[in-house]
Design a protein around this ligand. Structure first.
Ligand code: PLP
Length: 396
């Protein structure tokens, strides 16, 4: 085995990303101690509070513009995308049920999502069932795509909310968001999209998609951890998931994290501005890596991503290595200075194959050798070359 390398190469950007310059700069003043630094509560009436409020509202307007929302007050700041996903689905289901009951309907009401969603969406099933909702999963086409036809077969007049992600965090499949949203709306249901992995990688256009709600996370695009965005279109039925002091227009209580929100807005703006150039660079690296890995006998791509394909995220390469367990390979690569993951970071402590690969029909033994390389804004072809050399040594 080689000696520990000093330079580490980070290729796990779908798990989280390093802080970008713009975010660090926006947050720096808040890291100072004492009353001369900005520290106010954005809900206080005095000048220190009003200064914080103006930073908060500036961030809201900039995020709304970057995500192409209709208006700034559709943007709610949260404690991360897990909170945004939970709040959107449960909050809209409760709001829509109230509306349906007032219209004389009695259910049983249903929430529909797909098998390849992040746990932050799938695990809402427990709370929804406890609240009396039915929960149904729609299948994918084997490549991770939820087709409008498949969704049509599952939604009915009792469906209140449909939630399908914009792009999958493990294998990178991009979903037809606008079409799926139209199917939900035609059935009278609300539509939520988890757009965490799409942001900064493909164009995000909330108005164009026509969705009622969307979730984003700052730390996936060079922002701080623990700051999320929930987009909630105006007039969407919604019961606040976090009741309390009534901040964020009564839709999410809790004193706002002005420092983190300032950093998140800067990161989101930067990610959206950089998206076309980054996507082109990453796509070339993705294609090169799939081609090189595909030439190794024991490596099986988890999905077939044609060269240049824009139907999959430009920054994700996902393969299974026959005869290996992900964790062994991740640690072998880590010893060689390469940081990657086996599927999603949330599941990386688990020996069970990922629910996403299971939903794609990948056989269990093979899925245990899943590896995900996710290319970030700062990665270069030299990082991909270094990964490939280390990978060949690790499996030798
Ligand atoms: N949704 C998707 C698709 C994700 O990839 C993640 C993060 O892994 C989340 C939601 C949760 O985001 P957060 O870490 O901000 O809670």
């Amino acid at each position: 085995m080689q000696a520990m390398q000093t330079k580490r190469i980070y290729l796990d950007n779908a798990a989280t990303t390093p802080l970008c310059d713009a975010a660090a700069k926006a947050m720096a003043p808040y890291m100072e101690s004492g009353a001369q630094a900005p520290f106010g509560n954005a809900n206080s009436l005095h000048s220190i509070g009003r200064e914080a409020f103006s930073v908060l509202e500036d961030a809201r307007a900039r995020v709304a513009r970057a995500l192409k929302a209709h208006r700034p007050d559709e943007i709610i700041f949260t404690g991360g995308a897990t909170e945004s996903d939970n709040s959107a689905i449960v909050g809209m289901a409760l709001g829509a049920r109230e509306r349906a009951r007032l219209a004389g309907k009695h259910g049983p009401f249903k929430v529909v999502t797909s098998r390849i969603e992040h746990e932050a969406v799938l695990e809402t099933s427990h709370m929804l069932r406890a609240l009396g909702f039915e929960f149904e999963l729609v299948d994918n086409d084997g490549l991770g795509r939820v087709t409008p036809e498949a969704l049509k077969r599952v939604v009915d007049e009792n469906t209140l909310v449909v939630s399908v992600m914009a792009a999958n965090n493990e294998v990178g499949t991009i979903e037809p968001v606008a079409e799926l949203c139209s199917v939900a709306h035609a059935a009278g249901a609300l539509f939520h999209v988890d757009a965490v992995q799409a942001l900064g990688k493909i164009p995000v256009d909330l108005k164009g998609w026509g969705v009622d709600a969307a979730s984003f996370s700052a730390h996936k695009v060079g922002g701080p951890k623990g700051v999320g965005v929930l987009y909630l279109a105006a007039k969407t039925p919604y019961v606040a998931y976090l009741p309390g002091g009534g901040q964020e227009n009564g839709r999410r209580s809790g004193t706002q994290n002005v420092c983190g929100i300032a950093g998140a807005a800067a990161a989101i703006e930067f990610a959206v501005a950089e998206q076309p150039a980054y996507a082109a660079r990453a796509r070339a690296m993705r294609d090169d890596l799939y081609a090189r890995l595909g030439a190794i006998k024991r490596v099986v791509p988890s999905v077939c991503v044609p060269c240049g394909s824009e139907e999959f995220l430009p920054n994700i390469v996902n393969v299974c290595v026959r005869g290996f367990e992900s964790q062994t390979l991740i640690l072998q690569l880590d010893m060689r200075g390469i940081c990657i993951s086996g599927g999603s970071a949330c599941a990386s402590g688990s020996l069970d194959p990922s629910h996403v690969l299971s939903a794609l029909g990948v056989e269990r033994n093979l899925a245990q050798g899943e590896l995900r390389v996710s290319i970030g804004v700062e990665n270069t072809q030299a990082d991909i070359d270094a990964f490939f050399e280390a990978f060949k040594e690790a499996i030798a």
